[in-house]
Design a binder for this molecule. Structure first.
Ligand code: HEM
Length: 147
């Protein structure tokens, strides 16, 4: 559980209660975007494998940007809420760095890869990087314990 815990003492002030509620709302938005972004990325990857024209649909080109912008906005607001920041706290630095890698690999996989081979490798790489980001988020550690 984060710094702003969901469990509050009965005597917690209204301000603390409001901040706690805000934290929970932001985290819910953040995690919902996490689920949506990877689901859409997996589907787009399957369409890429099949050379499907569905990849060219207008909503398929727009929706990921909307989801990712919301993901990032909620991420930034969450860092203020817990008072931990990329460049200061290792796990958040690792998250942002891995996010940039995920975006780069994702672009290669869906758009810029020159061959199917490159696209598939980038797609699989992006999925692995995504799993790493989730592990960092859950443990608040840049390097998992089992390494
Ligand atoms: C694809 C990218 C991302 C994924 C998959 C992801 C995943 C997650 C998940 C699963 C949680 C919930 C953790 C829990 O329940 O304890 C979380 C929380 C959080 N994330 Fe992200 N995140 C991403 C990007 C980012 C970025 C770029 C930042 C920072 C700029 C960030 C900052 C945070 C913060 C501050 C929390 C709250 C942590 C806590 O209170 O324990 N996230 N993230």
């Amino acid at each position: 559980m984060g710094a702003a815990s969901a469990r509050l003492p009965a005597a917690a002030s209204p301000v603390i209660r409001a901040l706690n509620l805000l934290y929970l709302a932001l985290k819910t938005i953040h995690v919902s975007c996490v689920v949506m972004t990877i689901s859409l990325f997996l589907v787009r990857g399957f369409w890429m494998l099949q050379d499907s024209p569905r990849l060219q649909q207008r909503w398929v080109k727009i929706l990921p940007h909307v989801i990712d912008a919301t993901l990032l906005t909620s991420a930034i607001l969450l860092t203020f809420q817990i008072g931990q920041y990329p460049g200061v706290n290792g796990w958040l630095t690792a998250k942002v760095t891995a996010l940039l890698l995920y975006i780069g690999l994702g672009t290669l996989a869906i758009k810029r890869g020159r061959s199917k081979r490159v696209k598939v490798a980038a797609w699989l790489g992006a999925i692995l990087v995504f799993a790493y980001i989730v592990s960092v988020a859950l443990t608040r550690q840049p390097v998992p314990d089992w390494i």
